[in-house]
Design a protein around this ligand. Structure first.
Ligand code: 5GP
Length: 192
């Protein structure tokens, strides 16, 4: 998506450790007009899918997912990071290895909000190694809901998450794919 690539080129910063900083428009300060354009693009890309719910993960996916939910006119659910999993069986749970914080945490979704009747579009800001998305896919599988696809704002194509999802046959639509980036020069190469 040209507009998103333009934003990344103009406002993104490449940091050491394969981190792309986009906090001026994507995941700290948020450009809601850009999010609305992204929502319209995913709506176009998934026009044939019977999506009735958006699922994302706390925290940085939530803003984008809310605007996308508006474009699809469906509710949005976010998986919460949990200190400890309650064992009364009221939640679906998965373990996620955090890319940015380098630790494993549990995420939960109440059983009230996902059921076998649901057709889910997963939305997140970044795809790196795929741990966050895989956690959400585990939760969807446990709930019996149908995964319609995954929409990612920025996929880092030099990390393995996207490749693994596509190999599994997951319908993945990343709006910008960065194939290479260099912290020393700040250079970025997008997939065409
Ligand atoms: P994964 O689970 O795919 O390894 O990493 C995805 C998660 O880590 C995203 O939810 C995002 O919050 C965070 N993340 C991964 N790579 C980056 C990055 O380059 N920049 C930022 N800001 N967040 C990232």
């Amino acid at each position: 998506m040209e507009l998103l690539e333009e934003y990344i080129r103009k406002n993104g910063a490449v940091k050491e450790g394969n981190v792309l900083k986009v906090d001026s428009f994507l995941n700290h300060q948020m450009d809601v007009k850009l999010f609305a354009a992204m929502g319209r693009e995913w709506k176009r890309l998934f026009a044939d899918a019977p999506i009735n719910k958006i699922l994302t993960i706390e925290a940085s996916g939530i803003g984008i997912a809310c605007v996308v939910a508006e474009a699809f006119d469906v509710p949005v659910v976010f998986a919460k990071k949990a200190q400890s999993i309650n064992i009364d069986g009221a939640v679906y749970a998965a373990k996620v290895q955090s890319f940015t914080h380098k630790r494993v945490y549990d995420v939960i979704v109440s059983k009230k909000f996902l059921s076998p009747d649901d057709h889910i579009l997963v939305i997140d800001d970044f795809l790196a190694n795929g741990c966050a998305v895989n956690g959400l896919l585990d939760i969807i599988e446990e709930s019996g809901a149908t995964l319609e696809g995954v929409g990612i704002a920025i996929e880092k194509g030099f990390q393995e998450g996207g490749k693994l999802l596509r190999e599994r046959g997951v319908r993945l639509e990343s709006l910008a794919i960065v194939d290479a980036m260099d912290a020393a020069t700040g250079s970025l190469t997008f997939r065409r």
